[in-house]
Design a protein around this ligand. Structure first.
Ligand SMILES: [Zn+2]
Length: 207
């Protein structure tokens, strides 16, 4: 259970590579300090590929899948900005993985979430536009990948989302645990620059 009165610590980057069920393929484009992570989320033989940044290849994905011995069931991204959703890489994956469900991020208001199952384990895609109209937070195995959503503030690097919608998104995220009864212990941002373990979930969205 959460402890420490809302305190959180920034975790060691090494630990990023040891989150159960979260296989980090790397940061792309390779060598770019502002790159975006791409993960294979997996459980019991089934996988979801999260984030399709420029430079991610079919071979990168194939290697990750075979390392884990899993099949690709879903492909998605946190939002439609080109550093997270590269149309060329997306297309190449569509050609390579015919039976896979491709879930392109869509513009939608706060207040909806999709629950998928990977090997019987729940995975949530939570719509919460704040940084962009298509923002989606992914929750799996107690870890939330927050995309480019800035936590603890209504400010953003752009003004693509109305303040009222941002407030609704933060509130919808804040209530995730009480709504579902599911405990999130770790958060990681798409650019891998915000990684915290032992978080007090609801306090992350106080603005
Ligand atoms: Zn973005």
């Amino acid at each position: 259970m959460p402890s420490g009165g809302g305190m959180c610590r920034v975790s060691r980057v090494d630990d990023l590579h040891h989150l159960p069920g979260w296989h980090l393929l790397g940061s792309f484009p390779k060598g770019d300090p502002d790159g975006v992570g791409s993960w294979i989320l997996h459980h019991d033989g089934e996988a979801l590929l999260l984030e399709i940044p420029p430079g991610l290849t079919v071979q990168d994905v194939e290697t990750g899948l075979s390392d884990e011995g899993v099949g690709l069931r879903y492909v998605t991204a946190s939002h439609l900005h080109e550093d997270h959703f590269d149309p060329e890489a997306w297309k190449a994956l569509e050609v390579a993985y015919k039976g896979t469900h491709f879930i392109a991020p869509s513009d939608a208001g706060a207040g909806s979430e999709t629950v998928l199952k990977l090997g019987g384990e729940s995975l949530w895609l939570i719509k919460a536009p704040k940084h962009s109209p298509s923002d989606t937070v992914t929750v799996f195995r107690g870890v939330a990948m927050t995309g480019d959503i800035e936590l603890g503030t209504l400010a953003s690097v752009n003004d693509d989302v109305a303040r009222k919608v941002k407030v609704e998104s933060m509130e919808f995220l804040r209530r995730f645990q009480e709504r579902t009864g599911y405990h999130v212990h770790t958060i990681v941002s798409a650019h891998l620059n915000d990684f915290r373990q032992g978080v007090n979930w609801s306090s992350l969205f106080e603005v």
